[in-house]
Design a protein. Sequence first.
Length: 390
Amino acid sequence: MSTVTLDWGTFTEARFLREVWQRKPLLLRQAFAGFAPLLSRAQLFALAGDDDVESRLLQREGRRWQLDHGPFARRQLPPVEQRNWTLLVQGVNLHVDAASDLLSQFRFVPDARLDDLMISWASDGGGVGPHQDAYDVFLLQAAGRRRWRIGPVRDATLQPGKPVKLLAHFTPEDDLILEPGDMLYLPPGWGHDGIAVGNDCMTYSIGFRAPPQGELLKEVLWQLAESQHGGPIYTDPPLREGAAPALLPPAMVKFAAQAFAKLKPDAALFESVLGAYLTTPKPQVWFDRVEATPASLRRACQRTGCRLDRRSKMLYTAQTVFLNSEAVSAELAPSSLLRVLADQHKLTAQQVKDATPAELTVLAQWCAQGWLLTGEVAPPVATKTRTRRG
């Protein structure tokens, strides 16, 4: 389908960020007027059978819930007429260009926060139960109808013994029915329970990652430890005969504390760690390597321009540029052209022709790795082999 345009109606993106974002829920009727699903039911079910795609099947019978993880052959999925089941397909934007284009409509939020597009298909009565998420989410109704009960979570106690995290005591404040094209925004921690009304209900979830502080700290500490290159070796103080053999030596504790005290992270280190961490492709992401000469790839970029592969992640800081967890060389760190690529996700042929030799070289390298694509179907003398990042 052609690229859809987000219609905020009376809400501009600026007003939304100023008044609503991370503050309160908002229902946008016909945010995507005339929206049609990007994938048919059959295409979505086929995608769930791919080894490289993360998918889950959730079924409910009374109070009993069953969760299974894909990939799923079609015969493993229940009949579409059977009630109370949901298929969840994660990261559809990594596999479908139209889904990637839809996700780009939400780049008014920084790319460092934008996560992925998940599609859920549900039969009548299907859903994932009352729950809360630790991240912002837009819930776009793509097909069929879904009833959403939403409200603040005053008691986060979970139902025991369930395969999914279901709120034990959820009291909704609003009861909404979403039609195709309608979209509901929910800030982190807001309780919600979505139930398909009728068959063939398809909902698109646009999620925004919110890494816990402890997770980010773990990455920083790991990088700091790596930078120490081993350091001095621990040596014992004078030992006395008859000491308790199982006692942890206080000298060793002090030695470790001294090593930690030497760690002095600065802003540049935090930027480096976060840049690499937030651009690391997900574990199921693969890139197709292109075996072609660097000269032919440079010429292809100059003839047709280039664009980021939909699976690539690119960020930059004032100091450097990151693509798929790797920082560019010191020579390329100040490049304004690479920052344009990160912001626009593409470069025109003229922009590439104006590139420096170093910029042109790295563009060709990224094309060879499959991280960047030219406008050509395949560069001259190219053969593809599968390589994996992450």
